[in-house]
Design a protein around this ligand. Sequence first.
Ligand code: NAD
Length: 331
Amino acid sequence: MTKIIMYSVRPDEMAAIKDHAKREHLEILTTTDALSASTVDQANGFDGIVIQQRNRIDDDRVYQQLADMGLKQLTSRTAGVDMINVAAAHKAGLLVTNVPAYSPRSVAEHALMQIFRVLRKAPLVDAQVRENNYSWANLQAKEIHSATIGIIGAGRIGGTLAKLLHALGATILAYDVVEREALKPLVTYVDKQTLLAKSDVVSLHVDLNPTSEGLIAANDFSLMKPTAGIVNASRGPVINTNDLITPLENHQLAFAMLDTVTGEEKIFNADHRQDGLGSQPNIAKLHAMNNVIITPHIAFFTNIAVQNMVDISLNDVQDILAGRPTEHSVE
Ligand code: NAD
């Protein structure tokens, strides 16, 4: 029976892992430890290994150690592989794979929820009701089929969002460095400035690269309607956070819905009820505002996405061990 070790396993992944092991007749050992120089020995005696993006593998000798144990691959069940020194892994003869898209729909649905919350002024409603203010003043909403939604980065996730919005009758503008023929019946491609000026909600779905870091900064916010909102479920540094705070404070921008924000690594996926947000003053400022909703990078975190991360990564390991090609090798 093929034996696979999975590192950095969270409790919510266990059901999917057990299902896969049973279905495919695999022996799978799970550990909450991340792969590192001090935990690599646990992989001895296994045919395959699966890790995820938690912390950077701290010592490049780990790759050769895995190869010396007879392992042929290093499979991540996340899209990001920045925890792996891919060149060093290749040098040791390991094939590196990832799961580039585990569920574009998961993030698209989260963005759609946040778009609705902007159109319904949900942060304002919640803040007022919390203070026992049940008046209707300022709370008239906009129906989605009368709204214009701007998608910046219409790739896998942005394209999926476009399909959902199209089904709801929204007018959709898109800005992307690559225009996709398949989306042209659904969206109108425009330049970034036009999209920002015309949209009731702007949703960001670019990947993080040198051209998209700081893609939305002070000049860009100044083009947006004061009633508009911005949704970011892409990567924190796509927005210049300092430049976001001022228009939100001055109500030149109505709402920000942030699933990802610069500095989140120190805050998200942990309980800060005792120590607060002191280490990240910008996140603390945003958190204190009534027109901001922060979610802790959970847009992807759904039943389907977790199942896909587990199944796709384990299928890759099985393919590689059987000498079959995999579509997910990382160069
Ligand atoms: P993708 O590569 O399919 O799409 C990204 C699109 O952005 C591409 O069409 C690309 O041409 C475009 N783009 C890149 N740079 C640009 C620029 N400077 N200007 C305009 N367009 C630009 O990626 P995807 O799978 O759709 O993922 C999109 C983003 O979602 C990534 O940043 C990813 O990290 C993030 N993500 C977030 C979560 C979450 O839970 N919040 C989960 C998964 C992915």
